[in-house]
Design a protein around this ligand. Structure first.
Ligand code: UDP
Length: 491
């Protein structure tokens, strides 16, 4: 019926591009491919330039971006607060206004058919329950982390002591095992606030009407089979799981303020095919002074072409999360003496932030040294670029192990010791790994495998492909509930 308004879906993402990007890409798919209108609610923080630019780069008449009223954070945030705790406190305070925002009718748009949140916005379940709006969680990380997270409340009840001290790998029912060395840092010490926040949010996952995951069958067949397996369901109450990925960031445009797109493109255009190693450690990753020196000198020894995204070194691996884009220090101040000059024929050093998707999409890029954040992982695979895994924080160690041992698109830099401690990797070892991936047989093998997955990623998202159809099925069910039947199109 042409006169009925389009069905309406709401979104809320916690701050940080790692969450905002996939949720926003899902919102765009719903408006462009499934005929919905979307209200995308945004939590504003001090460092929102990248977020703002991204959300406003693709205007669409059916996609309404609405800032939640800024919360009063006075007295709640402290200098030495860990990133996850800070993020959870910001979200908790910001969603206090959600009820009144939703009740305000959102500019006379129809009632929400569904509300989609990420893992750190689970406070929304209570608000939406009162308003009878079904809430879906979009789990923006890997299925391996989803399986572990769904199992965590059981482990919390049953295991005494620290999980990292368990003598055996973690046996998630019906799934593969997870090495204790690879456990995410939020669960490596059960006494810290980050653990409590994480446990609280994942314990509430079962309140979701459904869980979207940013993955697809060919990428994580074992894990997806595992969490759909009977044994898993019996042990762990799990809402239906919908793999709808890989939903990733679009190619940056020249107007992207945080990324000097033209400079990078011009430089890449002058390099031979598959010859450049892209080195970037996510939205907030940082290395220690010693490790950054070894990395720079290892790259120099390898004599490979490279783009190196650098940040002021720090003893914390996640130091730049709330400041990225603000840190525009001259990298010469902390890179080894003379490094920038000596490597200027083969290397490009970029301070703080690079247009990552532009780089990964460029034919000159031959490999990606990455912290294995899930968005970076999906972007690399979607553009057919093999990886060197250099995990830093969150669940990146699990991802790196899965990418190398199960999927075969990465080699791991040995940055994790047997006991799970972070190890400084020397320049010689870095040189060897870089050469093996850029010029050796190992690199050719990874490249062949990642090209297969690149094709599979394209196929799953196109009309008739598994991820496309999974989302279409859920979208249809929302339309049916709203009695606003609209015809489906594969656009
Ligand atoms: N990113 C970027 N330029 C950079 C570093 C990161 O564009 O120099 C983007 C990257 O494309 C990805 C996101 O930031 O979309 C990082 O997300 P990911 O999940 O990989 O890591 P995290 O946010 O957890 O660090």
């Amino acid at each position: 019926n042409k006169s009925s308004p389009k069905p309406h879906v709401g979104f809320l993402a916690s701050p940080g591009m790692g969450h905002i990007t996939p949720l926003f890409e899902l919102a765009l798919r719903l408006v462009t491919q499934h005929n919905f209108q979307v209200t995308f609610l945004v939590i504003t923080t001090d460092s929102t330039a990248a977020q703002y630019n991204y959300l406003h780069a693709t205007p669409h008449p059916d996609l309404h971006i609405v800032d939640l009223p800024p919360a009063d954070m006075s007295g709640l945030l402290f200098e030495d607060m860990k990133v996850l705790t800070r993020l959870c406190v910001i979200v908790q305070e910001s969603i206090r206004s959600l009820r009144s925002v939703l009740l305000s009718g959102l500019n006379n748009r129809p009632k929400l058919q569904a509300f989609i949140i990420d893992i750190f916005c689970t406070g929304v379940f209570d608000t939406c329950k009162d308003l009878s709006i079904p809430v879906y969680s979009f789990f923006t990380a890997s299925t391996i982390l989803l399986a572990f997270s769904l199992y965590l409340p059981t482990m919390d009840r049953e295991v005494e002591g620290e999980f990292v001290d368990l003598p055996e790998p973690i046996n998630v029912p019906g799934c593969n095992r997870i090495r204790t060395q690879d456990l995410l840092n939020q669960v490596r010490n059960r006494k810290i606030d980050e653990y409590k926040w994480y446990l609280m949010h994942v314990s509430r996952l079962s309140m979701a009407t459904g869980i979207f995951v940013n993955t697809w069958h060919d990428l994580e067949p074992e894990w997806l089979k595992g969490i759909k397996n009977e044994q898993f369901f019996v042990d762990i109450p799990t809402p239906p799981v919908y793999p709808i990925g890989p939903l990733t960031k679009r190619i940056e445009s020249a107007s992207d303020e945080n990324a000097d797109v033209k400079e990078v493109m011009t430089w890449l255009d002058r390099q031979p095919k598959d010859s450049v190693l892209f080195v970037a450690l996510g939205s907030g990753g940082t290395l220690t002074n010693l490790q950054l020196t070894e990395l720079a000198l290892g790259l120099e020894l390898s004599q490979q072409r490279f783009i190196l995204v650098t940040r002021t070194p720090s003893d914390s691996a996640f130091a730049a999360f709330f400041t990225v884009g603000v840190d525009s220090d001259d990298p010469r101040a902390y890179l080894p003496d003379g490094f920038v000059e000596r490597t200027k024929e083969v290397g490009l050093v970029v301070s703080s932030w690079a247009p990552q998707v532009v780089v990964l999409n460029h034919p000159s890029t031959g490999a990606f040294l990455s912290h294995c954040g899930w968005n970076s992982t999906l972007e690399s695979i979607k553009h057919g670029v093999p990886m060197i895994g250099w995990p830093l924080y969150a669940e990146q160690r699990m991802n790196a192990t899965m990418l190398s041992d199960e999927i075969g698109v990465a080699v791991k830099m040995p940055v994790v010791g047997e006991g799970g401690e972070t190890v400084v990797v020397g320049r010689k070892e870095i040189e060897q790994v870089v050469r093996a991936v850029m010029e050796g047989e190992e690199g050719r093998k990874l490249r062949r495998r990642v090209k297969e997955l690149e094709a599979s990623a394209r196929q799953t998202l196109s009309c008739g492909g598994p991820s496309y159809e999974t989302l279409a099925g859920v979208a249809e069910s929302w339309k049916r509930q709203g009695c606003a039947m609209t015809t489906r199109s594969c656009m």
